[in-house]
Write a protein that binds this ligand. Structure first.
Ligand code: URP
Ligand code: ZN
Ligand code: ZN
Length: 466
């Protein structure tokens, strides 16, 4: 006996149809019109869109950063994700300088144990190849790929903490190319930014607004170009994370046009929040929006949307890195450089992308599925995820396109004391969510078992490039 989702409109990235979906165990058995209800439990999807569960490939759960730890752990973060329609996340394990990747892997597997509520994968952020000829670190990259970590994160920002120099980055890229692994890059010129930060602080410019001004779009564009050029020299596939502005986009497109194996994501915040609206330089409240890269001038939003429509940007993620306003953002009350960077978004990604993308007519529902579900699965080596088809994992989102919802910290599942979208009214929301065949969200409420999420061993497929 299976579970039959009846009378819905099935939407995949390549089209839509009136069809039923039969789940057997953890897997989709059939997707076809008018399937027999026979002995199956029936879920009525009349008026709903039946889509693949969302995949958020950029999250920071339970992560030490900026002198504190991100507010959502694997339990609260993955429940929030699921309630928002996301059934898979890829989180970042951070290698500490002087320590091994294996230690980071063990630490992050430990953080998720008994807590992850949906399936999750890990990227490995590389900070240290062990000195000398780098043989220790390069061997560890092989081990990580064997463990199912097929993407490596490289930070060109945060000097002294996470940033690596071009030589080390090049070594990692060479090895990634040999392993068919993907390089994910935080592209900002950290050294130049640190000079500006020190100068601003010396001038008494300590408010949150200056965090944004200290990190110019050009610092991001320069690093975007450099990252792609270095990857291109090694033959590695590269994925620029949280691309936020038009200058950086220009560099991406320039290199794509010249055949570089380069892709990028943007995040919901860069599509709908701006320097003018959220960070005008008036109050401490703006610390809620201290993100890296920072919010940009509004004029950057249109080019980002167009790049999503036309395909030069491949994915929309969140960079969910939540900190409470009251007792975490406050670490930088008198110095913007001490405000923990990041914001909460894992629960709102699908709502925001649907409301501002699909309802506005910019994206079709199929493009929505491509950007939020299918491309992430393809790029990050998860062949069982991201599409509704026989044999795939039964990660299924029943989406009500007519549901009106007001986003608020008072009702969210994320563990922050604020929302970046407080009071925003959106149309379109997750009603029911299945994760590998389990109904984990029913009528918008989490009903699943805590800790049921599994670690996903991902394939090394060079980001889906042939
Ligand atoms: O502000 C952000 N993005 N914090 C998380 C760390 C990062 O750079 O992704
Ligand atoms: Zn980053
Ligand atoms: Zn991030």
């Amino acid at each position: 006996m299976g579970m039959l989702i009846q009378n819905g409109t099935v939407i995949n990235a390549d089209g839509r149809q009136k069809a039923d979906v039969l789940i057997e165990g953890e897997t989709i058995a059939q997707v076809a019109p008018n399937l027999s209800a026979a002995d199956h439990t029936v879920v009525d999807a009349t008026g709903l869109f039946v889509m693949p569960g969302g995949i958020d490939v950029h999250t920071h759960l339970d992560m030490p950063f900026g002198g504190t730890v991100s507010a959502d752990d694997y339990r609260t973060g993955t429940i929030a994700a699921a309630v928002g329609g996301t059934t898979t996340v890829i989180d970042f394990a951070l290698q500490s300088m002087g320590h091994t990747m294996r230690e980071a892997y063990d630490t992050w597997r430990g953080k998720s144990r008994g807590k992850a509520c949906i399936d999750y994968g890990l990227h490995m952020a590389v900070t240290d190849l062990g000195g000398g000829d780098c043989s220790r670190g390069l061997r560890e990259m092989e081990e990580m790929v064997a463990e199912g970590i097929s993407s490596f994160k490289l930070f060109m920002a945060y000097p002294g903490v996470l940033m690596i120099d071009d030589g080390l980055m090049f070594r990692v890229m060479q090895k990634a190319a040999a392993l068919n692994a993907l390089c994910c890059v935080h592209a900002e010129n950290g050294s130049a930014i640190d000079v500006v930060v020190a100068q601003m602080l010396a001038e008494g410019k300590t408010a949150p607004h200056y965090h944004a001004l200290s990190r110019s779009p050009k610092a991001e564009a320069e690093a975007t170009h450099r990252a792609i050029a270095l990857a291109d020299m090694t033959g590695a596939a590269v994925y620029i994370v949280h691309l936020s502005n038009e200058y950086a986009l220009d560099e991406l497109r320039f290199m794509q046009a010249r055949g570089a194996r380069a892709m990028a994501e943007t995040c919901i915040q860069y599509l709908v929040l701006s320097l003018e609206d959220q960070m005008p330089g008036k109050s401490w409240d703006e610390a809620k929006y201290v993100l890296t890269p920072p919010l940009r001038e509004k004029k950057n939003q249109e080019p980002l949307w167009q790049a999503l429509e036309k395909g030069s940007l491949a994915v929309v993620s969140t960079d969910h890195c939540p900190f409470r306003f009251a007792d975490q953002k406050s670490l930088g009350r008198n110095n913007f450089s001490k405000i923990p960077n990041g914001g909460p978004g894992i629960e709102n990604r699908m709502q925001i992308l649907w409301h501002f993308g699909v309802n506005s007519g910019r994206l079709t529902p199929e493009q929505f599925v491509e950007l939020a579900c299918t491309a992430p699965a393809r790029i990050f080596g998860m062949p069982k995820k991201g599409t509704l088809a026989p044999g795939k994992d039964a990660d299924i989102l029943l989406w009500n396109p007519n549901a009106d919802y007001t986003i608020s910290a008072a009702t969210q599942r994320m563990a922050t004391d604020y929302s970046m979208f407080e009071g925003w009214k959106v149309r379109g929301n997750a009603k029911h969510v299945f994760s590998r065949g389990d109904l984990v969200v029913k009528d918008g409420e989490w009903i699943g078992e805590v800790g049921r999420g599994r670690f996903l061993k991902r394939e090394a497929n060079a980001g889906g490039f042939a």
